[in-house]
Design a protein around this ligand. Structure first.
Ligand code: SAH
Length: 375
């Protein structure tokens, strides 16, 4: 186990004889010294995820306490929204469980055998119901994860209540929400604080590249003269357009491949005052890091060509495998290549409802750099 980390890989397990899949187990080192209690997976490369340095006699009670603590933490750090992550897996000492709140709806994701166990599900749903009084709880299933965990296939669906759509708000802007549609559990809640930060500097003509349902674009529309959002997903753009109407904003939406569009626009000499780049994770693992870095560089380079002097670049990267230092280096090299000077005004990460545990570096994944183009 890496110093202080809560994961132990299968290759490091000496013996797991007789341990049932998805159960809580006591863990000891090779010499027999007790290390604590973990949740076991018989399938994942991450064989155990520590949940306590002590013996856990009453797992349901521990889960209830952790959910309560996660909710209390949000009461302290979350502002100006009724949509936020309520439980962030390891970040809330509940490995394998994600819960997002969208106004009166909760959306839940189970990522491990242990969190999939029926008694665990019952405790989680009952605690969430009691504490947050949602009108419904939807489970979003990622079939790939169930396969990796060797769990039987299961459809997405309602765990509580009937309602599957609502309107939520963040930073005073309203968004449509459909519990059974969209990516992740529906929205990119981790960018919520970055939306507000971007709006502090954005001005003039703005381009939101990889706009999805318009998170950045709608915020930019408050302070920019013209906003264009670009995404390759038509369903995402349809919701983006409904969101613009809901907020009384006029935003242009373009369905396009961002790489092609940026190349064409840069070649055609188009100019912008504000550009947001928020691509999907290009580096899904360490092995394609180089290709990913090239992708990030291409996007930033083309964007920098188009920004007017005094312009604002909001450049995001959600690949955990790209470190903050590596990403800044991508920006430095891109700027150098096109002879621009970048001044960083904010070097940001994910919103506070996605807590970062220092001893679990994987919990820190989002980078959001806001910079002025000087010349
Ligand atoms: N900025 C968004 C989140 C972006 S997620 C927000 O704050 O809500 C990444 C988006 O990139 C997705 O909507 C996906 O449809 C889009 N996408 C992926 N590959 C693309 C490509 N090559 N060109 C344009 N959009 C792409």
């Amino acid at each position: 186990m890496q110093e202080g980390h809560v994961w132990v890989y299968r290759s490091d397990i000496v013996s797991a004889d007789g341990v049932a899949p998805g159960t809580a187990v006591g863990v000891a080192d090779e010499r027999g010294k007790f290390l604590g209690t973990a949740l076991y997976s018989s399938a994942s490369q991450i064989a155990i995820r520590m949940i306590s340095p002590r013996t856990v006699d009453d797992l349901p009670n521990l889960l209830r306490e952790r959910i309560q603590a996660a909710i209390s933490y949000r009461e302290r750090v979350v502002r100006d929204t009724d949509a936020y992550r309520v439980v962030f897996s390891e970040g809330d000492f509940l490995p394998g469980l994600i819960v997002d709140r969208y106004n009166d709806l909760l959306s839940l994701q189970v990522l491990t055998q242990a969190m999939d166990a029926e008694p665990v599900r019952e405790v989680v749903v009952s605690e969430l119901r009691q504490r947050l009084k949602p009108s419904s709880i939807t489970e979003r299933v990622d079939p790939r994860i169930r396969e990796l965990e060797q769990l039987p296939a299961r459809p997405s669906g309602q765990l509580l209540g009937e309602r599957t759509s609502t309107v939520f708000s963040m930073n005073g802007i309203r968004f449509h929400y459909e519990a059974m549609e969209g990516q992740k559990t529906g929205a990119f809640l981790d960018q919520r604080e970055n939306y507000a930060a971007a709006a502090r500097y954005a001005h003039g003509e703005a381009l939101d590249v990889f706009c999805y349902q318009g998170g950045f674009a709608l915020h930019l529309a408050q302070c920019c003269s013209k906003v264009t959002g670009v995404d390759s997903s038509r369903p995402a753009l349809e919701i983006a357009d409904r969101n613009a109407t809901l907020n009384g904003r006029d935003i242009e939406w373009l369905e396009a491949n961002a790489f092609d569009l940026l190349r064409d626009y840069a070649d055609a000499g188009r100019r912008y005052d504000t550009v947001v780049l928020d691509p999907p994770a290009f580096a899904k693992n360490k092995s394609n890091l180089e290709t990913a870095l090239r992708g990030y560089k291409e996007l930033n380079l083309r964007t920098l060509k188009m920004l007017r002097p005094g312009g604002i670049l909001v450049s995001c990267c959600c690949s955990y495998h790209v470190s903050p230092a590596q990403y800044l280096d991508v920006l430095r090299v891109s700027a150098q290549d096109v002879h621009r000077n970048l001044r960083i005004v904010e070097n940001r990460g994910q919103a506070k409802d996605h807590p970062i545990l220092l001893n679990v570096p994987e919990t820190a994944y989002l980078k959001c750099v806001i910079a002025f183009v000087n010349n």
